[in-house]
Design a protein around this ligand. Sequence first.
Ligand code: ATP
Ligand code: MG
Ligand code: FE
Length: 345
Amino acid sequence: MLVLGIESSCDETGVALVESEGEGVPRLLAHALHSQVEMHQAYGGVVPELASRDHIRRVLPLAGEVLARTGLPLADVDVVAYTRGPGLAGALLVGAGVACALGAALDVPVLGVHHLEGHLLSPFLSADPPEFPFVALLVSGGHTQLMRVDGVGRYALLGETIDDAAGEAFDKSAKLMGLGYPGGPALSRLAQEGDPEAFKLPRPLLHSGDLDFSFAGLKTAVLTQAKKLGPELPARKADLAASTQAAIVEVLVKKSLAALKATGLKRIVVAGGVGANRLLREQLDAACARRGVRVHYPELSLCTDNGAMIAMAAAMRLQSGVEAASGSYAFDVRPRWELGAVLAA
Ligand code: ATP
Ligand code: MG
Ligand code: FE
């Protein structure tokens, strides 16, 4: 079965083709991505209307690119999948509209996918896919969650952030250090030259005894520290970046270990943009190796938003028995959408 997947929830347009046969892990045939980061940079964040318009410009050429790369005709597509939510309403509508139009034109079913399920299942795109069950640490720009995953569609929330997401903590700290948008990758690059112990920053909820996170206070502490440094800030920026990164990563690693302990599972999957963070990977790998726990990540390039994870999630859902909608091409999007509430078995 050939699944065409479309991602357009925020500032990346992604299209991909995934093929599934029987029960085996579906295979990525090709994917293409356009990031709008440069376009939004001037505004210091995503401008929703500009995002929607750019998705309109990009999505069909990207689909053409993916088909050309595989040499397959559009008519071979069996199902069209799209990100139904959560995300920016206008941006989601572009992907949903295009997917449903393609579905109608090809007379094939369409399937709306939860964006976080895409992130969650993205490690299945790697050469060494995980096996169920596992703990999932989902760390993206808008979410920070620990989940117990027993199979496709069988997700139990163990804990989540009560305020900012980990990616947001990276981005907001980076912004107030003047590192631009989105600052996560820039902050982590700068941190390599700094001393992670230079500044004492809080590790919120580290000892709360549950699996929840909180990053809003950390951002405030970084701001206070930056103000205190005043004219010295430029010279100490790398130290502040390193200290910030160390605080975020320590909390993510400790809470992941607590989730592994609480569930008794010996496997963890890390997904979402912050999963690309080098320090997080190093520290989690080291801590898990000591405990005999296997860690799985998506490919570096597939940590942030992409179409491959949407096509993959759709293909795996179809394998699990979920039916795509055929005959009707009316669609709606879900800008706010809880993963657990919709998919829990
Ligand atoms: P969501 O999936 O929750 O809707 P999103 O799609 O915006 O949010 P992603 O695309 O998964 O989030 O990830 C983007 C986030 O990842 C940004 O906050 C970015 O700063 C962060 N990020 C990317 N690379 C790194 C890195 N190397 N270190 C730290 N943060 C990073
Ligand atoms: Mg993005
Ligand atoms: Fe995302």
